[in-house]
Design a protein around this ligand. Structure first.
Ligand code: GSH
Length: 197
């Protein structure tokens, strides 16, 4: 059985949401990150960053929320959360799956701290560019890949929810509101919210 290490009100949310979407039994291990439970030698062997979330699956272990989403979606094909390797939708799926940690997250930090970076050298360009790209991608919907909900909606939905609704560092837009309402209406999202509260 897969084991998910998590802490409430953290980036663990996407991994919890994903496991709830998949529907296979899994073990949840709650770490109290206020007491340093994430820095023990035993846990560092699972996630060398000493952060949550992390996942253990037999001899396999990994940290990084988006990587966990990619891993579990591929390991549990019955859940239909990842287009197959030979499906052309796999390309956009991978792009959006990694867009959350590589573009949304640093864009949020930039908005929050007002750090200036030349957009050509910043991997996320600039915050407006990131949120314009997302706005366009969400214009058609209901999901990033069209009709098909995927693990990319879990990484993007989680990051956008943090940016727009929880931390309010990014002004909402009609497409974001519609999308986040659709995410929040999913029973698996609601179960994850209850677990992460
Ligand atoms: N890049 C990581 C970030 C994980 C992360 O920063 N987790 C925070 C909670 S939101 C954490 O575990 N902090 C405790 C610590 O750093 O000691 C991911 O996306 O999974």
């Amino acid at each position: 059985m897969m084991k998910l290490y998590f802490a409430p009100r953290t980036r663990s949310f996407s991994a919890l949401w994903l496991m709830e979407e998949v529907g296979r039994p899994y073990e949840r291990v709650l770490l109290d990150i206020t007491t340093g439970a994430q820095k023990t030698a035993e846990y560092l062997a699972i996630n060398p960053m000493g952060k949550v979330p992390a996942l253990q699956d037999g001899d396999a272990a990994l940290g990084e929320a988006a990587a966990i989403c990619a891993y579990v979606a591929d390991r549990c094909p019955e859940a239909g959360l990842a287009p197959a390797v030979d499906d052309p939708q796999r390309a956009r799926y991978l792009q959006w799956l990694f867009f959350a940690p590589s573009c949304i997250e640093p864009a949020m930090v930039q908005v929050f701290t007002k750090i200036q970076m030349p957009p050509v050298s910043a991997g996320w360009g600039e915050a407006t560019q990131v949120f314009d790209a997302l706005d366009q991608a969400l214009a058609h919907g209901p999901w990033l890949l069209g009709e098909k909900f995927s693990a990319a909606d879990i990484t993007i939905g989680t990051s956008l929810n943090f940016a727009v609704r929880l931390f309010k560092v990014v002004p909402s837009r009609p497409a974001f509101d519609r999308y986040l309402d659709r995410c929040a209406a999913r029973p698996a999202f609601q179960r994850a919210q209850a677990l992460a509260a």
